[in-house]
Design a protein around this ligand. Structure first.
Ligand code: PMV
Length: 332
């Protein structure tokens, strides 16, 4: 077999963004919009990438040179993923990768992590490396952090395991080899979320740096916020498992207040969130780094439509997204 098709889900952060970077837990769900990749072993010792969704067409580089020199933004995750797999593998041929996304990379659904996972899963299968999910996580986590710097890996976990996860950032053991996934996976049946795109692309690394700076300047303040978010995440986990959407919504509001204190929310996000709450949502919050991307809301069935309308009036774009999607899959 020299060709394989793989897909991995996008993700949405439900609770605990930012504090998760510092070892606190978060809750993330995999969504039903997926990244697809066809991975092929070819004779010529080149890496070839077609990722039209992110403007990469006919990209070609000798395998010996991958990971070096200028790499176009849209090819970065795929190229570094291939480099990290081939580093420990005697394979000397070439690799061709074609990706296609069901969602725009602008939404913050984790297209970079999902494509990284697809490449690592597909290529490791073709090369008969028999990676288990933990090893897959390890390689994908290494790849994404090599490019993005400080991350938690919550999106990598969601892309691999799927479902809704309680996740804790892995602790790097000495020697920098295996990465242990500190979280547990728990199935929570589909959550009736309203997902809304703000129309603004967030820059995650900038926001992560902003919180790091705040943490340096006001360690006590940030420490207290992180500990409070941790308690809230534990409560949210119970609420989600019990399908207590009212409590989960109220916890979203509290989480949002702390994210505002960290300075990662914006006027646009706040006004969509306020509109949702005024229209009768149980609660709403930003999802992810902040600065833009998406907000999420939970509302009772009877005023769901009203809540959606209010958010639209505040400038939000309602997304058709379901939660608890399956993790990475070989499709052909
Ligand atoms: O911007 P997103 O959707 O990739 O979410 C970032 C979440 C952070 O906690 C801020 C960073 C991370 O790696 O967990």
């Amino acid at each position: 077999m020299s060709q394989i098709s793989v897909s991995a889900p996008g993700k949405l952060m439900l609770f605990g963004e930012h504090s998760v970077v510092y070892g606190h837990p978060c809750i993330v769900t995999a969504i039903n919009q997926r990244m697809q990749a066809v991975v092929e072993l070819i004779d010529d010792p080149f890496l070839e990438i077609d990722a039209n969704d992110v403007g990469v067409t006919g990209y070609k580089k000798p395998i010996k040179e991958i990971g070096r020199g200028e790499i176009p933004k849209g090819a970065r995750f795929v190229e570094i993923a291939v480099k990290n797999i081939l580093k420990n593998c005697p394979y000397t041929g070439g690799v061709k990768i074609t990706t296609h996304s069901e969602f725009s990379s602008l939404f913050g659904f984790g297209s970079s992590s999902a494509s990284t996972i697809c490449v690592i899963k597909g290529l490791s299968e073709l090369l008969d490396m028999k990676l288990d999910n933990m090893e897959l996580f390890d390689l994908a986590y290494k790849t994404v952090s090599e490019i993005q710097g400080t991350i938690s890996g919550f999106d990598v976990a969601a892309g691999i395991y799927g479902g809704t996860l309680y996740f804790i950032k892995p602790v790097h053991p000495r020697g920098g080899r295996t990465v242990l996934l500190g979280g547990v996976q728990e199935e929570i049946n589909s959550i009736p979320l309203i997902v809304v795109y703000s129309g603004i692309k967030a820059d995650t690394p900038t926001l992560v740096r902003h919180v790091a700076k705040l943490k340096q300047e006001k360690p006590e303040f940030v420490h207290t916020i992180f500990n409070t978010i941790t308690k809230l995440v534990e409560k949210a986990k119970t609420a989600l498992l019990e399908k207590d959407w009212k409590t989960a919504g109220e916890l979203m509001n509290t989480n949002q207040e702390y994210l505002q204190s960290l300075g990662v929310s914006t006027e646009k996000l706040d006004s969509m969130i306020n509109a949702a709450c005024r229209a009768g949502a149980y609660g709403a919050k930003l999802s992810g780094a902040g600065g833009g991307d998406c907000i999420i809301a939970l509302a009772p069935d009877e005023n769901r439509e009203e809540v959606k309308k209010a958010i639209q009036t505040a400038g939000g774009i309602i997304m058709n997204v379901n939660t608890n999607a399956p993790g990475v899959q070989i499709t052909k």
